[in-house]
Write a protein that binds this ligand. Structure first.
Ligand code: FES
Length: 306
C-alpha cells in the first residue's frame, strides 16, 4: 500500500512535477488516426498531462497538436476553421499552422511584416507528432531530449494488421496501471464472460478460473518489468506473463493460435491528476486482423472529451 506522499508523487502529472517531467520524456499516444482521418476535418480536443491541446489534420494532410487557445484573447481554437493549411481563430481570425506559428494576423494585415519578432511573440505551443499503429503520438518534453520513436511491434505492422481504440477512465493513471498488472482479478471479475468472449478475449481463462490464488512474481528488465502469475492446473503450472514498458505501456498475454490477435496491450495516458485516457491496441504480425477481431476490438468506445 502506498503512503499518501508516495501516491501524490506518482499521480501528479502537471508541468514541473516529477512524474509530469518523466512522462514528458516519452512519446505518448494522443488520439486515434481515425479521429483525424480527413484533411481539413474537425479538430479533436485533447487534455494530456493537464494541458489543454488541439489535434488537427490540416488541409494538406499534416497533423498538428497545438495548445487549445489563441495567443491573442485565448479564444478556443476548436471552434475555428480548419482550412488553407491552418486553423483560423473564430474571434479575430488569426491563423495558426501545425507548428503553432501565427501565419496571418487577419485583423491587422501588416502586423507580421511591421512588428519585430512578431512571429515568435504570437506563436502558440506546438508539440512534435508522429502517426503509427493507427495512433497519433505526441512528444511534450524538452526538444533537446526528444527520443527516437519507440519500435513497438504494433506500430510496425502494415495497415489492417492493427486496431486501436481509446476511452476515458475516471481514475488517475496509476489506478489504471495497477488494474492492468493485477492478474488475480481475472479469476473473479471476468468469471461470468460468455463462452464466445472467453474464446477471443482472455488467454487461458479456464486456468484462471481453476486457480483463483496465483503466485505472483516480478522480473525487472531494461524496458520496465515482466510480471508473471503461476496457477496450478491439472498437476501442472500455468504461467501468465505480462510485459510492462516504461512509463505505462503493457503487452497482455495472447494465445498464438488464437483467431483474434497475436498481440495487444494498453497505454495509460494521464489526462490530468485524476483522469486517464486508456489506449488499447490489438494486432497480428502474420496477417490482417479478421472482421471478428475488429468487431471485438471496436467494442471499446471512442471518447472525445470537452
Ligand atoms: S482571440 Fe483569436 S484572433 Fe483574437
Amino acid at each position: 500500500m502506498l503512503r499518501k506522499d508516495e501516491n501524490e508523487l506518482l499521480t501528479r502529472v502537471g508541468p514541473g512535477t516529477p512524474m509530469g517531467d518523466l512522462f514528458r520524456r516519452f512519446w505518448l499516444p494522443a488520439a486515434l488516426s481515425e479521429e483525424l482521418a480527413e484533411p481539413g476535418g474537425v479538430p479533436v480536443r485533447l487534455r494530456i498531462l493537464g494541458e489543454d491541446l488541439l489535434a488537427f489534420r490540416d488541409s494538406s494532410g499534416r497533423i498538428g497538436i497545438i495548445e487549445a487557445y489563441c495567443s491573442h484573447r485565448q479564444a478556443p481554437l476548436f471552434f475555428g476553421r480548419n482550412e488553407n493549411c491552418a486553423i483560423q481563430c473564430p474571434y479575430h481570425g488569426w491563423r495558426f499552422d501545425v507548428n503553432g506559428e501565427c501565419v496571418e494576423v487577419s485583423n491587422s494585415q501588416n502586423y507580421l511584416r511591421d512588428v519585430p519578432n512578431a512571429k515568435e511573440r504570437l506563436a502558440i505551443v506546438a508539440y512534435p507528432t508522429h502517426e503509427a499503429g493507427e495512433i497519433v503520438w505526441v512528444y511534450m518534453g524538452p526538444p533537446e531530449h526528444k527520443p527516437d520513436f519507440p519500435a513497438f511491434e504494433f506500430t510496425g505492422v502494415p495497415k489492417g494488421y492493427c486496431h486501436a481504440s481509446r476511452w476515458l477512465q475516471r481514475s488517475n493513471w496509476l489506478q489504471g496501471a495497477e488494474g492492468e498488472i493485477d492478474t488475480s482479478h481475472i479469476s473473479f471479475a471476468h468469471k461470468d464472460l460468455s463462452s464466445e468472449h472467453e474464446k477471443v478475449g482472455i488467454t487461458g481463462l479456464q486456468y484462471s478460473l481453476a486457480d483463483s490464488s496465483p503466485v505472483l512474481s516480478i522480473k525487472e528488465t531494461d524496458y520496465g518489468f515482466m510480471s508473471g502469475s503461476r496457477r496450478n492446473y491439472d498437476g501442472k503450472y500455468f504461467w501468465r506473463m505480462t510485459q510492462w514498458m516504461a512509463p505505462m505501456f503493457s503487452l497482455i498475454p495472447r494465445a498464438p493460435a488464437d483467431d483474434f490477435t497475436s498481440g495487444g496491450g494498453r497505454a495509460w495516458v494521464p489526462v490530468d491528476d485524476n483522469n486517464t485516457i486508456t489506449f488499447a491496441y490489438n494486432f497480428r504480425v502474420d496477417r490482417p486482423l479478421s472482421n471478428r477481431s475488429f468487431n471485438s476490438s471496436r467494442k471499446a468506445r471512442i471518447f472525445r472529451h470537452a
